[in-house]
Design a protein around this ligand. Sequence first.
Ligand SMILES: Cc1ncc(COP(=O)(O)O)c(C=O)c1O
Length: 345
Amino acid sequence: MKPSDFRSDTVTHPTEEMYRAMRDAPLGDDILGDDPTVRKLEALAAERTGKEAALFVPSGSMSNTIAIRVQTTPGDAVLLEEWNHSLNFEAGAPAAVCGVITRTYPSNQGVPEVDDVISRVFPGSLHTPATRLLVIENTHNLHGGAVVPPARVRELYEAAKERGLAVHLDGARLFNAAVALGVDAREITRHADTVNFCLSKGLSCPVGSLFCGPRPLVDHGRRFRKTLGGAMRQAGILAACGIVALETMIARLADDHRHARALAEGLARVPGAILDPADVRTNIVMLRLDGPPSRYGRLQEGLKQRGVLGNVVAGRMFRFVTHRHVGPADVERALGAVAEVVPKL
Ligand SMILES: Cc1ncc(COP(=O)(O)O)c(C=O)c1O
């Protein structure tokens, strides 16, 4: 029997329509600038985020690195939430590739207070780094797919602008946020200068993310993508999937959110589980257990033996992610396995 794979929404495979689109896509050489399918995807991404231009890149990590690189110079400071993806999971790219100082701000389960962010801006002086960029992650992965409400994004944006900071939105799961809020994604992206979103997660594409923003920054990013070795040739094969994703795969994210909520409600009934199902707004469920952190590794192993896959995150919580390949039967299987394993930990 196939495992129920809750490790990540990145495990999703292309749909039949994507395979057809790949086969039929008109192709060129994107480095020479003439792949029509890449151009079409980039235009669509710019339109869907309300930005002037967009750049197709191989990964969300590269998109975020480009965002930082084109909006800072080495020695500048960037403000990131303490569990932000670029800070914790992009192998040190902000420092290694962009040469920036990272300064963290706290949040209440992924939703920051404006004062907490602004208090991290270095005072302008000869001695201090210049604080140039604020990064907001929405949805917030490590905070269980938390959604930062558009009103808070606007307040953060306005406070950043008063202090001359640019704002980058890491919207790897931007469309999960939009679907959870019942708003057009542009309601979220309008209060950001640049945006990353990923095709390769719940939208089921095999590869790819989009860096979106004003044309001069996207042009700069296009050059820097080359520096990083991220420019691709017949990338239209991949872009074709992205077009299908943006046209057909967004509304169904609501199913993933429903399954995540059902999972969270079941998990909350397990003795020793620490989670509030009301915090689960999108497709990520973070389970905490009372007792020592070593229990998470044993939970992972016990679930695996029962055909249920998930991840230990940061050694202190267990993550389940819902996506197109897990449904109600997988949720039931996971709940049964957790109920069996947890008492034995
Ligand atoms: C919030 C967030 N940003 C960026 C990324 C990086 O995306 P990629 O794995 O395509 O580099 C991820 C990946 O999970 C993510 O969750």
